[in-house]
Design a protein around this ligand. Structure first.
Ligand SMILES: *Cc1c(COP(=O)(O)O)cnc(C)c1O
Length: 371
């Protein structure tokens, strides 16, 4: 077999290589001061990310799923309450709702893969306390339209795990609702060197609650005014995140350039559905998701050609066994269900080369023609 070209699905080493010397020094500084849990490095990052996101408070926590769960808990939502979530999302959105004791209520998505505002309106009941739109694949959900149909008494929690740096009508993702949760999982647009996450809000009461809940229910040692847990940002992760934050806009621009290149390479092929950017959105292409006929054959063909691709996500929330108790069977959400069988995420990361993208596009087009 001849050595074959490979294009990984994600390549984090490109980012790391750009900041390696600074990262080594920043990690060494945390080690030298032993500020391992929260501490000065975390405080510095929290303040920088709050400013970047244009919100008053950023609370660093252990991961994005915890950030969602702590936000729900901080808002006083739990048993007997309903939280509306999109059917088309990563499991964590619904998982956090269930973990907090509330009931996730799934709704369909529209052609841009974002939560359907009509679906939200139809799902409202007397028990609805919160809507958790997901800024999926890197573009913001229509938060202001959701506000329009739910009124002022229901809270909006943005799942901003895939949207660091995205804007909607000029405003930052994470500043659009009442609370937001984000993830710094290594592969996210702003990724740590391990697990990390944050909760964002302008609300002082919610911020204070998360500050306690993430730290065994108190801010001072041995003060436990709430039953909390342990979910805190590490100093080392925070130091890495501060460095990467200063490159985020530049790296998001490289993602947008790569998206434009794919659109040029694939745009003439009617069998490939390109991503739709919703009105008012500045997309940050956490993922580059197309739809193709005969998706599973195409995915296998790409893998054979040395190209990494993925499906985000293979099953909508309501069809996962973990959520079968919600009682929404097949046929409940036709868009989300149809898309799950057609979507394909192509390699997308800052540092992907024009040659790599050309190879991905040529391979994809020739696989379509082999069908
Ligand atoms: C990554 C992700 C999460 C969870 O983040 P973790 O840090 O892995 O816990 C939640 N929601 C969405 C949409 C995500 O992509």
């Amino acid at each position: 077999m001849t050595a074959q070209r490979t294009v990984p699905f994600v390549d984090l080493s490109w980012q790391t290589s750009r900041i390696r010397d600074e990262v080594d020094a920043a990690i060494a500084a945390v080690i030298d001061t032993s500020g391992f849990i929260l501490g000065p490095a975390a405080a510095k990052f929290e303040s920088a990310f709050a400013q970047y996101s244009n919100v008053r408070h950023c609370l660093g926590v252990g991961n994005g799923t915890d950030a969602l769960e702590l936000a729900i808990q901080a808002a006083g939502i739990g048993s007997g309450d309903e939280v509306i979530v999109p059917a088309n999302t990563f499991a964590a959105t619904a998982e956090a709702v269930s973990r907090s004791g509330a009931t996730p209520v799934t709704v369909d998505c529209t052609d841009d893969y974002l939560i359907s505002v009509e679906g939200v309106a139809d799902a409202l009941t007397a028990r609805t306390r919160m809507v958790a739109p997901v800024h999926l694949y890197g573009q913001a959900a229509p938060v202001e339209d959701i506000r329009g149909v739910i009124g002022d008494d229901i809270l909006i929690l943005e799942d901003a795990a895939q949207s660091q740096g995205a804007r909607r009508h000029g405003a930052m993702a994470g500043s659009l609702g009442d609370l937001a949760a984000t993830s710094f999982y290594p592969g996210k647009n702003l990724g740590a060197f391990g697990d990390a996450g944050a909760m964002l809000t302008n609300n002082d009461v919610f911020a204070e609650a998360v500050r306690k809940l993430r730290n065994h229910g108190g801010i001072e040692k041995y003060e436990h005014s709430l039953v909390g847990r342990n979910s805190r940002l590490d100093g080392i992760q925070a130091a890495v995140l501060s460095l990467k934050l200063s490159h985020l806009d530049e790296w998001n621009q490289l993602r947008r350039n790569a998206a434009a290149a794919y659109a040029t390479l694939l745009g003439d092929e009617p069998r490939v559905q390109l991503p739709v950017v919703a009105d008012g959105n500045e997309h940050v292409f956490h993922l580059y998701v197309v739809r193709v006929p005969d998706r599973d054959r195409i995915l296998a063909g790409l893998a054979e050609a040395g190209i990494g691709s993925g499906i985000h996500y293979p099953r909508p929330i309501h069809l996962l066994s973990a959520f079968s108790h919600l009682g929404k069977g097949e046929g409940s959400f036709p868009h989300a269900e149809r898309f799950a069988g057609e979507i394909l995420s192509l390699p997308m990361y800052p540092g992907i080369t024009a040659d790599d993208q050309q190879y991905v596009a040529e391979t994809l087009l020739s696989l379509l023609n082999d069908g």
